[in-house]
Design a protein. Structure first.
Ligand SMILES: [Zn+2]
Length: 412
């Protein structure tokens, strides 16, 4: 305690002469004989302000391109917590109606506030500094934006856009995306699902045979394609996710190798969603490897939400991966047509309330039969069927990057 009092006393003693000295400054400059000193000081201040402004202008391009060079995990802290982080344990479909505003959100970064330019032209000494500034300041942001696109974009349009099934979404009409999972291994049901009226989103298991042929048929029928990536469930002994699944016991390079194997099984997909995965989708290091890869390859992610506290969608958004989450499973009771119809009504209710809904079903006979009847009906009643790519959220932190890609693609 004593040393604290000592410190306070020392500070007080030091402050007295300092304040006295400060209060003498205005009197010094107001004296007529010191007017030249006043003008000289003003000129000096203006020169420093001008030089600071010039340095700031030169530094701007480097500052804008920095986030692009690190399109991966770097923008994590800048993401919008409202969009990207659902409360743990709460399924997304329980969210408030305001979520419509979150669809395809692209938030351009506001330009940094310009510093005050040297406004006083009275002091001639400022002129040499301002003359050294770039001649045409307004042209600079445009040229740095072009540089941004050239550096960050290997292709005209990322695959999640280039492979998307085009759809027009009339304002005010509720939008529904129906995803059929687990396609591929069972050929008969897969072909029946492909025959449904679309556009649907078809998620194929990567270990199935004949995938180029089956997925080609699905795409030709107007459906959007996804890879249904097997991930470790909690009860691995009783729920086998299949060969090449992503497991929490793998090393991170093994996770990436298995993902890349799956991504090479067929072409024309917009992204992936998880098959099972109640264990893997809460394992952040593994998810980070997956999302980094998807980010680099320009693919989207749909979180099947096989567990309430899945981290997958928020991790995807934090890596700048366009993402969405499943709202409703159609056929948890897959042998009960009445239960499936009940789920379809819930999809409609949610789409009416919130503007959009994403449902996942499987190629079970009762599901396919219900969908064959419901799909034409629901469209006749004013609902718009859309592929999943129409309902992903773009990460606000990477919004300028996604927007740059879109603008680039739209121009060609
Ligand atoms: Zn599945």
């Amino acid at each position: 305690m004593r040393w604290e009092r000592e410190l306070i006393r020392a500070a007080r003693e030091a402050a007295v002469p300092a304040s006295r000295w400060l209060s003498s400054i205005p009197a010094f400059f107001l004296a007529p004989r010191n007017r030249m000193a006043l003008l000289g000081t003003l000129a000096l201040v203006l020169m420093i302000a001008g030089a600071t402004w010039a340095i700031w202008r030169l530094a701007v391009p480097g500052r804008e391109s920095a986030p692009v060079a690190m399109a991966g995990p770097a923008p994590v802290p800048a993401q919008d917590p409202v969009l990207a982080v659902p409360p743990p344990g709460v399924p997304r479909h329980a969210e408030e109606p305001g979520e419509t505003a979150g669809v395809a959100v692209i938030v351009p970064e506001p330009p940094p506030a310009p510093p005050a330019p040297p406004s006083d032209q009275g002091a001639g000494t400022v002129l040499p500094v301002t003359a050294g500034l770039p001649p045409d300041p307004p042209a600079e942001p445009a040229s740095s934006a072009e540089g941004l696109a050239a550096v960050a974009l290997p292709a005209a349009s990322p695959p999640w856009k280039a492979n998307a099934v085009p759809v027009s979404l009339p304002a005010g009409q509720p939008v529904i995306a129906i995803v059929i999972d687990d396609l591929g291994p069972t050929r008969g049901p897969t072909l029946k699902a492909i025959a449904l009226p679309g556009p649907l989103t078809m998620a194929f298991l990567p270990y199935a045979d004949d995938l180029p042929n089956l997925t080609g048929k699905a795409r030709a029928a107007g459906h959007e394609l996804m890879i249904h990536l097997p991930m470790e469930p909690i009860d691995l002994r009783h729920n086998n996710p299949g060969p090449q699944a992503l497991l929490t016991t793998l090393t991170l390079p093994e996770v990436r190798a298995r993902l890349d194997w799956a991504l090479g099984r067929f072409e024309g997909y917009v992204g992936i969603n998880n098959h099972m995965g109640s264990a893997f989708s809460t394992w952040e290091p593994g998810l980070a490897v997956v999302m980094q890869d998807l980010s680099e390859k320009g693919l989207l992610f749909l979180d099947s939400r096989t567990i309430g506290n899945s981290e997958a969608e928020s991790t995807a958004l934090s890596f700048g991966v366009p993402a969405a989450g499943r709202d409703i499973f159609l056929d948890n009771e897959f042998e009960d047509p009445a239960a499936i119809w009940g789920q379809l009504r819930q999809v409609e209710q949610l789409a009416l309330k919130r503007g959009h809904a994403i449902a996942i079903g499987h190629p079970h006979p009762a599901t396919l039969q219900a969908l064959a009847q419901w799909l034409p009906e629901v469209q006749a009643r004013g609902f718009v069927l859309a592929p999943v790519s129409a309902l992903v959220k773009a990460d606000p932190a990477a919004g300028h990057l996604v927007q740059a890609k879109g603008a680039d693609g739209d121009l060609r």
